[in-house]
Design a protein around this ligand. Structure first.
Ligand code: ACO
Length: 403
């Protein structure tokens, strides 16, 4: 059939590109990826250098404002974020509407969007100052709502933020402090948490970021846009992967079962995939995976469990897969999520919080990309076209004559 495409618009061409594999949806100055060389730069700085020398607050400043902060700028920015960590007391009521066993991501999607009701000024997205305040609020409050989602899920009382603590330490405090016992931050665990936030902070036009941009392109409220990003991130092909990796490693149970699993992943007659392997853009290696493997060693060393069963399975799985023809030919390498689950588990984070932690990390990327889009004078409402394959025009048939 000849496909008749009308209304080509001012460019006069039409491309059909499922999954946007070769279509740029925007221009951006934030994050650069070279998937063949395994390069990831935030505002020009290599991820390896940022992970080694900067903390997450500096990375957030870099992403949102475009430059690393001076000492004074960092102190000011850090102080603003620390003083926005509380949520309105009425936000507590939202949680009580959820079932106790609600997945933390389910609560987060709802509560993040609901925050828009508390900040009517955030709807004025044309004002850069209002956008900046929304960015500060979101960055500061997302860890609080994530930890509240966890506390509610486990039946514990909420732990209020503690502004004397760093971003990562405060999150661990809200997760682990109870009325009976205050969480005492361990510097190695705090550093690992901070690094996880940094490594996941932005990754140009991935599914959740593109979702935030598309939602925001209509001028929608930023809290609602971030809720849409959280929803998109939830899927196992995106942010849900590290949870799936850990479940997969548990299922393997023993290194002797690895070859069997590899064969299953290669078998096209079933949909099973090796979780934590492969990436749309990285076709050589994911630089974040190398940093995460290193963090894994640091955390397990600190805990005195270098021979952790799941870590050993992961190392062996990586070794075998990287020598396998199928994985070599399809350029499938471990991605950041392959090791992040093991680090999170070692810190004591339950599996159902893994994607919520990804959402905390990615909030700065989402809000920075959203801000860049709104500030762009070329910005238009996102409106993809379609390749219509449905029926041609036909006449209505009264119900009495239908068969
Ligand atoms: N295990 C086995 N085979 C795989 C895997 C895998 N993990 N990933 C891709 N393949 C195969 C596909 O079956 C396909 O084979 P074919 O050419 O014979 O049809 C080929 O490799 C290409 O795969 P696509 O799905 O077309 O690649 P795409 O770029 O669309 O997908 C994705 C990338 C979604 C990450 C994919 O590799 C995957 O599902 N991986 C597992 C899930 C995962 O780890 N996601 C985390 C991504 S990182 C992040 O979000 C932070």
């Amino acid at each position: 059939d000849v496909i008749d495409i009308r209304g080509l618009g001012k460019y006069g061409i039409f491309t059909y590109d499922p999954g946007y594999q070769s279509t740029a949806s925007c221009s951006s100055k934030i994050t650069y990826i070279d998937g063949d060389e395994g390069i990831l730069l935030y505002r020009g700085y290599p991820i390896e250098q940022l992970a080694e020398h900067a903390d997450f607050i500096e990375v957030c400043h870099l992403l949102y404002y475009g430059e690393l902060p001076s000492q004074e700028q960092k102190q000011e920015f850090d102080s603003i974020i620390r003083h926005h960590t509380m949520v309105h007391d009425q936000v507590n009521n939202f949680y009580r509407g959820f079932r106790r066993d609600a997945h933390p991501m389910a609560s987060m999607v709802g509560v993040a969007g609901a925050l828009s009701a508390f900040y009517p000024d955030s709807g004025d997205v044309s004002d850069p100052r209002h956008r900046e305040i929304s960015a500060h609020r979101l960055l500061a409050k997302v860890p609080t709502i994530a930890a509240m989602s966890y506390k509610y899920n486990t039946g514990q009382p909420f732990a209020y933020p503690k502004n004397s603590l760093s971003y990562a330490a405060n999150f661990l405090h809200m997760m682990f402090s109870t009325p009976c016992e205050e969480y005492v931050p361990n510097p190695v665990m705090v550093r690992a948490m901070d690094r996880i936030f940094t490594l996941h902070a932005d990754h140009e036009q991935n599914a959740s970021t593109s979702t935030v941009r598309l939602a925001g392109s209509s001028g929608a409220n930023p809290f609602a846009c971030i809720a849409s990003g959280i929803a998109s991130l939830w899927g196992p092909a995106h942010g849900g992967a590290n949870e799936a990796v850990l479940n997969m490693l548990e299922e393997i149970g023993d290194v002797s079962k690895i070859p069997e699993l590899i064969e299953r992943a290669k078998d096209k007659s079933n949909p099973f995939r090796l979780m934590g392997f492969g990436h749309r853009v990285y076709k050589n290696f994911d630089p974040r995976a190398n940093l995460m493997r290193q963090t894994c060693h640091e955390v397990l060393n600190e805990l005195g469990c270098q021979d952790d069963r799941l870590f050993q399975i992961a190392l062996e799985l990586e070794r075998i897969a990287l020598e396998d023809e199928y994985f070599i030919e399809k350029k499938l390498y471990p991605n950041v999520d392959f090791y992040s689950g093991i680090v999170l588990r070692a810190i004591g984070i339950p599996t159902n919080m893994f994607t919520a932690i990804f959402a905390i990390s990615r909030t700065i990327g989402w809000i920075t990309q959203w801000n860049e889009m709104i500030a762009d004078p070329e910005q238009k409402i996102g409106r993809p076209r379609q390749l219509f394959l449905g029926p041609k025009k036909r006449d209505f048939v009264p119900i009495s004559q239908r068969r």
